[in-house]
Design a binder for this molecule. Structure first.
Ligand code: LLP
Length: 424
């Protein structure tokens, strides 16, 4: 991987800490998170988008420490459940800077969100609009989620901009007007603006320019229909990161330019005052700050087939390969690879043939059981998507910074798993 650093002894370090030492101290599998990298990505967004609000999508990875770092760097936070909200509030995130999302928000969770004073709620159904107003005891700011009818490349499970799907109201249609009418008719709702999220792992800037043009046109249509001028436009997240060397990545400078240019043009065209822009990156903030450490359990050369390197983790700590066909790279942590190499498939330990972590990875030909592999770019949607499949507890998260390591989330033990099973 491009950003791998070897120390004088040929060991890989992240945040000034040798990954081999983390594996020895905390065991494997383990998620390692580079605090400096998370903060640097937050700053990159703040610098590139000085006029926009950057709302970190907590679904990518949320722990109390992560919430603190992103708050400290001036970001707001997007949560999509009472659980994420609780993590955020327990790390003193200002509720006013929290945005609540979801196409199906359970009654109790809406109540919790309103009671703790979340700044904005993105509404996604007519039922929710009425319910919210009934629950709110002071004006609650809301955004309306709209699908801008933009189909981006990428995995079908991540394409959220198209019309026929569970999220949002189709742009330009009658149902948006019904929702607007419903919001405006509620005494306790303050209608701040529109929201869209066109998909995830998008490296093209063009769809974002298109989203801006369409969403501003929709805001103008709402102004013309109802006489209200919305002030906020939230463009969602979805900015791609490079999982492996050579992969494409979203260029933030270009993204900023296209959003600005499209905004200027669309606002001029519709005579619409410039809205406040918000962006909701999740993956782009944390993905590349994460590395997962695995210990090699066996190396098996299958006759007339592949070489399988089985490690002590797999689909429960990284379901992204099975879910989205994602690709990863891996590297040995304790020696600079100089000798002969082999091409191997890295297999997980779980009882499914599909439990593969990476295919066609170049590894030292003499790789031995007991050696530690690092899989880069595993900071987003790994810990948050992890399960305890096959009765294996979830890995810990170890933060590294300025040469020292500390535990943010401890390993899930068998006792943790047992304590929910209350028996007969
Ligand atoms: N805003 C909304 C409303 C979203 O639904 C999402 C992601 C984001 C922002 C952040 O998207 P990001 O910048 O992280 O791409 N589990 C999948 C990704 C699911 C994304 C769901 N929504 C994966 O591992 O690729």
């Amino acid at each position: 991987p491009a950003d791998t650093h070897y120390d004088g002894e040929g060991r890989i370090t992240v945040g000034g800490v040798a990954l081999a030492d983390i594996a020895d101290q905390y065991g494997t599998p383990t998620y390692v998170l580079d605090e400096g990298e998370v903060r640097a990505r937050c700053r990159a967004y703040r610098t590139r988008f000085p006029d926009a609000e950057i709302i970190y999508a907590g679904k990518a990875l949320l722990t109390r420490a992560v919430a603190e770092w992103i708050t400290d760097e001036g970001l707001s936070l997007d949560v999509c459940s009472a659980g994420e909200l609780t993590v955020a509030l327990s790390s003193w995130t200002d509720p006013a800077r929290i945005v609540l999302h979801g196409n199906g928000k359970p009654f109790a969770e809406l109540e919790t969100a309103i009671n703790c004073g979340v700044g904005r709620i993105v509404v996604d159904s007519l039922t929710e609009i009425t319910l919210l107003s009934a629950l709110a005891n002071r004006p609650q700011r809301v955004l309306l989620r709209v699908t801008p009818d933009i189909d981006v490349h990428g995995h079908p499970a991540l394409r959220t901009g198209v019309t026929d799907q569970k999220f949002g109201f189709p742009i330009g249609g009658q149902s948006v007007f019904e929702a607007v009418e419903r919001i405006l008719g509620q005494p306790n709702l303050e209608f701040a603006g529109l929201h869209c999220h066109i998909g995830s792992q998008i490296y093209d800037t063009f769809p974002y320019g298109e989203a801006v043009r369409r969403m501003v046109a929709e805001m103008a249509r709402i102004r013309d229909g109802f006489g209200v001028t919305l002030t906020d436009l939230d463009l969602g997240g979805g900015h791609a990161v490079a999982y492996r060397g050579g992969d494409a990545e979203m260029n933030l400078a270009e993204l900023s330019d296209i959003i600005e240019d499209s905004l200027d043009a669309a606002c001029a065209r519709h005579g619409f005052p410039r809205p406040r822009i918000a962006l909701e990156p999740g993956r782009a903030i944390v993905a590349r700050a994460g590395v997962t450490l695995y210990r090699v359990l066996s190396v098996k050369h299958v006759e007339n087939g592949h070489t399988y390197v089985t490690v002590d983790g797999g689909m429960s700590d990284n379901p992204r390969v099975a879910l989205y066909g994602a690709h990863y790279d891996a590297v040995v942590v304790n020696r600079h690879p100089t000798g002969p190499e082999m091409t191997a498939t890295i297999a997980g330990r779980y009882c499914e043939a599909g439990d593969i972590l990476a295919r066609d990875v170049r590894l030292p030909a003499d790789l031995r059981p007991g050696e530690v592999l690092a899989m880069p770019c595993t900071g987003a949607y790994h810990h948050s998507l992890a399960s305890s499949y096959n009765g294996v507890g979830r890995p810990p998260i170890i933060a590294v910074r300025d040469g020292s390591a500390r535990e943010l989330v401890r390993r899930e033990t068998i006792d943790d798993l047992m304590c929910r099973d209350i028996g007969h």
